[in-house]
Design a protein around this ligand. Structure first.
Ligand SMILES: [Zn+2]
Length: 179
């Protein structure tokens, strides 16, 4: 891939606001938030408390990389028509929603494991998360949005590549449709 990035900054500015509020914002319960890759039963309570945190390391790493590449976006933003659900990174004009799914909370096929204690409760909880993810995907697709989901174990560079390509693709659409 070449390095022809003429006009990238101007084209990619998809917000009017602040890009990254950092990690010290107010906490709010956000089901499905990633909380690290360890899945031992001893880690469950730790994960539960960390679930309340708004930002997680994999999300921050992706945001940082996207920002470094000149992309501008909204962070932790409500989804259209689903005020109580949020995308980790959102390009509103280009209608792209990006999620960084935690391996535990979203039942990653490689790292997702079921806790031994209260296993029935956990199985239901995690299944509900996955069902909600698919429901969110379907809703967004139905209204013409592009959904990009990454696992927290994904390499940040390749995730950022995929986002960048989607933004370029949708920029063409956006410019054609609205300008
Ligand atoms: Zn994983």
């Amino acid at each position: 891939m070449g390095d022809d990035r003429v006009g990238v900054d101007a084209i990619f500015d998809d917000t009017t606001g602040i890009v990254d509020a950092g990690t010290d914002g107010p906490t709010s319960a956000r089901p499905g938030t990633s909380a690290g890759g360890l899945t031992t039963t001893a880690g469950v309570s730790g994960r539960m408390s960390r679930q309340l945190r708004r930002d997680t390391a994999p999300e921050i790493a992706l945001r940082r990389e996207l920002h470094r590449r000149g992309l501008r976006f909204r962070v932790d933003h409500p989804l259209p028509g689903m005020a109580r659900r949020r995308a980790d990174v959102l390009f509103p004009r280009r209608r792209i929603a990006v999620f960084v799914d935690g391996c535990f909370w979203h039942a990653c096929p490689e790292h997702g494991t079921a806790p031994v204690n209260n296993s029935a409760w956990w199985a239901q909880k995690l299944a509900t998360n996955v069902r909600r993810d698919r429901d969110t995907d379907a809703h967004l697709a139905a209204i013409g949005w592009t959904v990009l989901r990454f696992w927290e174990h994904d390499e940040v560079g390749s995730s950022a590549d995929a986002v960048e390509q989607a933004v370029i693709r949708m920029s063409t659409t956006w410019l054609r449709d609205e300008h």
